[in-house]
Ligand binder design. Structure first.
Ligand SMILES: [Zn+2]
Length: 328
């Protein structure tokens, strides 16, 4: 872990600590339990982090910082790329045998077709008639479910993900991370869904992927709306260490050579439930870019989410709000 003095996205030193959080290894949890019992997932993550990666049983203090220049919210100190990968690899080693031995029931991704269609429809709405998109990369794509519509349309589809296990038919697995891509790996569309919130240096990832996007190609980014409430409640500092708003994602894209074509915040299905997400579509910088986005401060305001839900489903939301007031 490294304590940093400047914003990892825009390198400004105008950082404002908005919260302090302490994390430690779950009390009383033994290796025996970790290996043989259905321990809560977050406890497993914390145990692996402290016992195996950091090799430190002391509580660790984190500042949650808000960059006044770009609106980015992030955990400080930062985990290194190697520490993040080490934790995920150790968790894979630990979890796979539990499923195989029936200690834990697998929890497959749900409504995957719906999500794949949403992503496909958004991207193709911005496709110019003169452009033909053939090569699609899903970076951090897991099994590749988000590629399913592209595969049906006979596109060449590729996955980069540090997990190499089963992938959907028609998706070609390239390797673990961006380091396996060479100059010949150029794509028409790159999907980057729920990756940026995990990275030590998310701006660098945007910058590096730009080198693999052809002129006229599109980058689709989806991240949780971390700036709303997630930054306060994250139960494990490595689960997400970056908390975006439209403002910080917009500025990250602009600083790393992209024009932004589309930006929205929606309550939408991800893998197992609905959550507030930011969707952005970008291309390599040319001349025009979107200039409207919500600021981090707007998106930290609970009223913003309240009115958003109220406009979508007024009756359902009024009932839910009344119930929560009665319960208090
Ligand atoms: Zn910043």
């Amino acid at each position: 872990m490294n304590k940093i003095e400047k914003c990892p996205l825009c390198h400004s030193d105008k950082l404002h600590a908005i919260l302090e959080k302490f994390f430690e290894v779950p009390a009383g949890l033994t290796q025996e339990q970790i290996e043989n019992e259905d321990v809560p997932y977050i406890d497993e993550r914390l145990w692996v982090l402290f016992e195996r990666v950091l090799k430190n049983r002391e509580p660790s203090k984190f500042n949650i910082e808000h960059c006044q220049a770009c609106g980015f919210i992030f955990y400080n100190p930062r985990f290194t790329h190697e520490e993040i990968i080490a934790q995920e690899e150790l968790l894979n080693v630990l979890l796979a045998p539990k499923w195989q031995r029936g200690i834990r029931v697998a929890d497959p991704v749900q409504r995957k077709g719906e999500r794949a269609k949403r992503i496909y429809n958004l991207i193709t709405a911005f496709q110019k008639a003169s452009e033909k998109y053939q090569r699609i990369l899903d970076y951090g794509g897991n099994e590749g479910f988000n590629l399913s519509v592209f595969i049906k349309k006979r596109k060449e589809c590729f996955i980069v993900d540090f997990k190499d296990f089963w992938h959907i038919p028609g998706a070609h697995y390239l390797g673990k991370d961006i380091n396996i891509l060479d100059d010949n790996h150029v794509f028409d569309i790159i999907l980057l869904c729920h990756v940026m919130e995990h990275l030590n240096d998310p701006g660098q990832m945007l910058h590096d992927l730009q080198g693999h996007l052809r002129e006229g190609g599109l980058l689709f980014v989806e991240v949780p709306l971390g700036s709303f409430a997630e930054w306060k409640h994250m139960p494990d500092p490595t689960l997400h260490m970056n908390f975006f708003s439209e403002e910080s994602l917009y500025k990250a894209l602009r600083m790393n050579g992209y024009d932004v074509l589309y930006m929205s915040t929606k309550y939408q299905w991800v893998t197992h439930y609905k959550m507030l997400c930011i969707n952005a579509l970008a291309c390599k910088q040319t001349t025009t870019t979107l200039t409207k986005y919500k600021t981090t401060e707007q998106q930290m305001d609970p009223a913003d989410f309240f009115w958003y839900l109220f406009r979508r489903t007024p009756l359902k939301h009024t009932k839910r709000t009344l119930l929560s007031i009665i319960k208090r």
